[in-house]
Design a protein. Structure first.
Length: 351
């Protein structure tokens, strides 16, 4: 599979008006459905005008091959697949510290997957393994069908990675920075300018678009970082603590952006300590503890496993912190109980 086909698959899942049952090499994880294909030229013209010319050529070639074989449907694969991901770090004593221990999960197109856990649980290490920033000791990861270890360039084309600490070039202004990154992704100069201006307007960057990045506030920098992650319009977003340290208004902008991206079919992994965000936004939640995935499912599934309603109580119940001899106070609602596990108490995100 190649990049152009994966991008158009992502778009088709949201925009195609017809849905039919069918067989395919890849079953859709979430909906088990196949999508009837509209004329590809019309789709590209109306929905992905800034897709790389090479990607369009690849998709047209593959579509022609498919139709010549009387194959008229496309079925969507899992966009993110982690299989037995493990990362061990050497210690001064010669032993190994297992940061991620055999994690396996799948995320389908159009889902927000919440990866939650206390400090030191392995969240950031897992996200780095998925993005290719770190090589696994064992196991595999695939994004949009591409193997992270053996196809890193293809993975970079389909992935936007955002953290709370992502740096910006301090002497560039946001518009210059976005044009620069668009050019790195292979867009022409005219395409890069158009894409930058679109993101500046969409994310409310216009008032400070010509200020140096070094002079921006934390919330303004995070908006620019979001635009940078979106400059190539990737179908997959990995977000590590995107709202950390933001004020209420900036926090709401980020959360609204995440929800909008899901609505257009993006696949998102969200790591956060703010459990109220996960409760309201995530389609599926994976709970990490000591490097292991201790539970996975939607909120109702997790409630059924524990008998608890609030995600904070579910988390403490699953790691045994609500039982005698546990590592946290018995009352999860008591002051400091959640913070002792690196989990933030619920906060208001209303404007």
């Amino acid at each position: 599979m190649d990049f152009g086909r994966d991008i158009c698959r992502t778009t088709l899942s949201v925009l195609s008006p017809k849905v039919s049952e069918g067989d395919s090499d890849h079953a859709c994880y979430r909906h088990r459905r196949s999508i009837s294909v509209q004329p590809v030229a019309d789709l590209i013209a109306t929905t992905v005008p800034l897709i790389h010319q090479a990607a369009v050529r690849h998709y047209r070639r593959d579509y022609a091959l498919a139709t010549s074989r009387e194959c008229h449907t496309i079925v969507f694969m899992d966009m993110i697949v982690a299989e037995s991901l493990t990362k061990a770090f050497p210690t001064p004593t010669g032993d190994e510290k297992i940061a991620v221990d055999g994690i396996s999960f799948r995320v389908s197109q159009g889902q927000i997957y919440g990866l939650l856990g206390p400090n030191g649980a392995g969240k950031t290490t897992t996200l780095r393994l998925l993005s290719g920033l770190m090589a696994p000791t064992r196991g595999t990861a695939r994004l949009a069908g591409y193997d992270v270890a053996t196809q890193p360039q293809q993975v970079k084309r389909v992935l936007g990675f955002l953290t709370a600490s992502t740096g910006l070039y301090q002497r560039l202004n946001p518009r210059e920075l976005l044009i620069y990154f668009a050019r790195l992704h292979g867009l022409s100069q005219d395409q890069s300018i158009a894409r930058a201006d679109h993101l500046i307007e969409w994310l409310g960057i216009h008032p400070f678009a010509r200020h140096r990045c070094g002079a921006l506030s934390t919330g303004q920098k995070q908006r620019v970082n979001i635009a940078r992650a979106l400059v190539a319009d990737p179908p997959i977003l990995i977000m590590d603590e995107p709202t950390l340290g933001l004020d209420v208004l900036s926090n709401r902008v980020i959360l609204e952006f995440i929800c909008r991206e899901r609505e257009v079919g993006k696949t998102i992994i969200l790591s956060t300590h703010y459990l109220d965000e996960a409760e309201t936004m995530c389609d599926c939640i994976g709970l990490l503890h000591d490097g292991r995935l201790v539970a996975e499912g939607d909120l109702e599934t997790l409630r059924g496993m524990t008998g608890q309603k609030r995600l904070s109580n579910i988390f403490l119940s699953l790691i045994g912190a609500d039982r005698p001899g546990g590592t946290a106070p018995l009352n999860p609602a008591s002051p400091g109980a959640l913070e002792s596990h690196g989990v933030k108490e619920p906060r208001s995100v209303e404007g």
